[in-house]
Design a protein around this ligand. Sequence first.
Ligand SMILES: [Ca+2]
Length: 364
Amino acid sequence: MVNGDDYEFRVSAYNGINFQYSNISTKWLKKSPLNPPPSALPVPSNFTASTVSSSRVNLSWSYDSYGQTGFTITRIDYNNHTIAFFEVAGTASSFQDTGLIPKGSYGYKINAINTNCDQSHSIGNCNSNYSSIVTVITPTVAIPTAPYGLSATAASRSQINLSWSDNSSNETGFIIERAVSGGSFVKIATTLTNATSYQDISSLSSGTTYQYRICAYNGGGNSAYSGTVSATTHSNKALNKTTSASSTYSSSYAASKGNDGDITTRWCASPTTIPQWWKVDLGSSRTISGAEVMWQYSGLYKYRIETSTNNSTWTTRADLTNNTNTAQTQYQSFSTTARYVRIYVTAVPSGCRASLYEFRVFGQ
Ligand SMILES: [Ca+2]
């Protein structure tokens, strides 16, 4: 006999002369489930619940592939009454329950289901038993409202300033997150209550675009994120731009060697006498946040960094004529808008000429 086929039966008595059939009785074989699970579905394991905020609980569990089509999750109250019911895909291993209230007491249980299983003719293995109930209590404090209006502005080659609007009255502070080139966001700082700005000076590279997002936080959890914004740190605007100098030792030490991006080539003045100067035309008016010189030697160079908008009137932006720093590379921070930048050398180490490997002007 074949599973599910119909069969008819009749009987008769006989004595070798006459016989007569009984009525026909139709019977069928009991159908097994159409797509029965290979065996009874086991109960999901490692079922845990953890509070994320005063309104959200994260659930997770472990399950291999047993032919399940989904899981049902039941939220229950402290009287073991079901107050919500969720069904998730058979491939899921986590679920976020939202819309909860602060200081709420919740319990959860889960089971695996197989909706392909023929329930009407089940041999009893369609769904697994329920897991044990796990319980949580959400934090007392309501999560803060998300900040808005986040903006990011590059202030220099190594600083980006953030500002935003505080939209919550119960935050402990704000969490600042940063990403580079579409990478993952990483928390870089937390602020105090009511903060509306932050200066990021943590290991930024020049000419690099950074993305930022922020959220408010308190004991109840984190708010939603603000929108994502980005800013690019100032880059070297002097690279390969037109240069000139007070004198040149030889064509091998031309003024253009001072901004060719090569730290093995340098400008060198002709005489050992000072003063000497080297300047660059940025090509157009630029917002400038600082300049960096890499001298030929570590030693005591004294100098001024000057800017001009017309190549004739010069304004001192950094006065190092009383310099005591003997580092080979020196960065000076200043803020202006100009097209021409000049380094005016007033003293060099004994026996040396005015000579620099690279001069960089950082701006937008
Ligand atoms: Ca060079």
